[in-house]
Write a protein that binds this ligand. Structure first.
Ligand code: NAD
Length: 365
């Protein structure tokens, strides 16, 4: 075995159908008395129900979370938290809501309790993102890592199946890149493979039966593991491309991950053979890239950037932006093959299986 460094992050996880019932106990454990409940406008009802249940332990509800955390919304939420004397942020929702909690925590140091209702995985990471004038700035800070995460699969029953599939593949993307990360290690590899396996088994079942609590539990368990590895190791070209497409072209987060991932895996296929074997094994497929593409397509997710309204004329500029400040990647970043990757993602082509002998032409850094 090679030497490695493993960064375990401190967070407490309460998992299981009905585990929302433990919310009061968890607040008590941290000595928290006045929670500001956060949500998107779409989940206001869910947030208000939780606030009503907490009674005078709720400082109020702030239901204006939106994707990519605009600075103006973050400032407003922080001011509301101050005005209402909140002692914690209670984020009820997906990555957008957790992200708003993180923006409040970054500025104020207030602890976050996260109740995730998608599979994005943000609740397990110390990574924050705030968008100002079209530029999304991201960073890592231990203050934004939620103190306690309550994973209650019952709260995901209402997540529409198409969003469930793209959100689940967004989670798989974290695990897939963790497997070939510069910081990959045996612990995160184990979590990543198990996370992919749980999602690959849960997603098709929940598409067939959206209220199947077993399938929902598998998917949420997988999302937790995938989020944990995202928090622990660095990401590569796939996340860089999605960050660019989301940040500069406002493409929807989970859908973009779903479309780009098969092509990013095909790009890295020969440079990271062990990771590809693990991903394929977890998917129950012969090939990692094709396995992700088939999982998306068979379960009704979009497979082309064209479907998202992305313009063909923007492909070259998007690549320029992505290459400006690149992340480490197991295969060197080569412009022509990357342009082909983006074109394949634009068209929604199923990745081809590796050509024999292609491995010699690619040398990992
Ligand atoms: P989201 O939080 O924007 O949710 C998508 C939509 O689904 C919203 O309208 C939301 O209200 C709704 N929704 C969520 N759960 C629901 C449920 N159970 N029932 C019905 N509707 C529900 O989407 P997301 O994909 O979870 O998060 C995307 C954001 O998270 C992006 O901004 C991304 O950058 C960020 N993110 C950050 C990290 C990190 O570590 N910092 C990790 C992953 C994603």
């Amino acid at each position: 075995m090679n030497d490695f460094i493993y960064n375990g992050l401190p967070s407490r996880v309460i998992f299981g159908a009905g585990s929302l019932q433990h919310l009061e106990r968890e607040l008590d454990r941290l000595g928290l008395r006045r929670a500001l409940v956060l949500s998107t406008p779409q989940q206001r009802v869910q947030a208000e129900a939780i606030a009503a249940r907490l009674g005078d332990r709720t400082a109020g509800v702030f239901a204006d979370a939106v994707m990519h955390v605009p600075l103006s919304v973050a400032r407003e939420a922080r001011a509301v938290a101050d005005r209402l004397g909140a002692d914690c942020a209670l984020a009820v929702g997906g990555g957008s809501t957790t992200g708003l909690g993180k923006a409040i925590a970054l500025d104020s140091g207030l602890p976050i309790i996260a109740i995730p209702t998608t599979y994005a995985g943000s609740e397990m990471t110390p990574i924050y993102g705030i968008t100002d004038e079209g530029i999304k700035k991201t960073g890592r800070d231990p203050r934004v890592l939620p103190k306690t995460v309550i994973y209650d699969p019952e709260l995901t029953l209402s997540l529409p199946t198409t969003i469930s599939v793209t959100s689940g593949i967004n989670a798989i993307a974290h695990a897939a890149e963790a497997l070939y990360s510069q910081d990959a290690n045996p612990i995160t590899a184990m979590m990543a493979e198990e996370g992919i396996r749980a999602l690959a088994s849960g997603l098709p079942c929940l598409v067939r039966r959206p209220t199947d609590i077993g399938a929902r539990s598998d998917a949420l368990y997988g999302a937790w593991l995938c989020g944990a590895v995202l928090g622990s190791v660095g990401m590569a070209i796939h996340h860089k491309l999605c960050h660019t497409l989301g940040g500069s072209y406002n493409l929807p987060h989970a859908e973009t991950h779903t479309i780009v991932l098969p092509h990013a895996l095909a790009y890295n296929r020969e440079a990271a053979p062990e990771a590809m074997t693990r991903i394929a094994r977890a998917l129950g497929s012969d090939d990692a890239a094709q396995g992700i593409y088939d999982l998306a397509k068979a379960n009704g997710a979009p497979v082309s950037l064209r479907e998202l309204g992305f313009k063909e004329a923007d492909l070259a500029t998007a690549l320029d932006i992505a290459l400006r400040d690149p992340y480490w990647n197991p295969r060197p970043l080569e412009r022509e093959p990357l342009a082909a990757l983006l074109r394949d993602a634009f068209e929604g082509r199923r990745p081809e299986v590796a050509r024999a002998g292609a491995a010699e032409s690619v040398v990992p850094r």
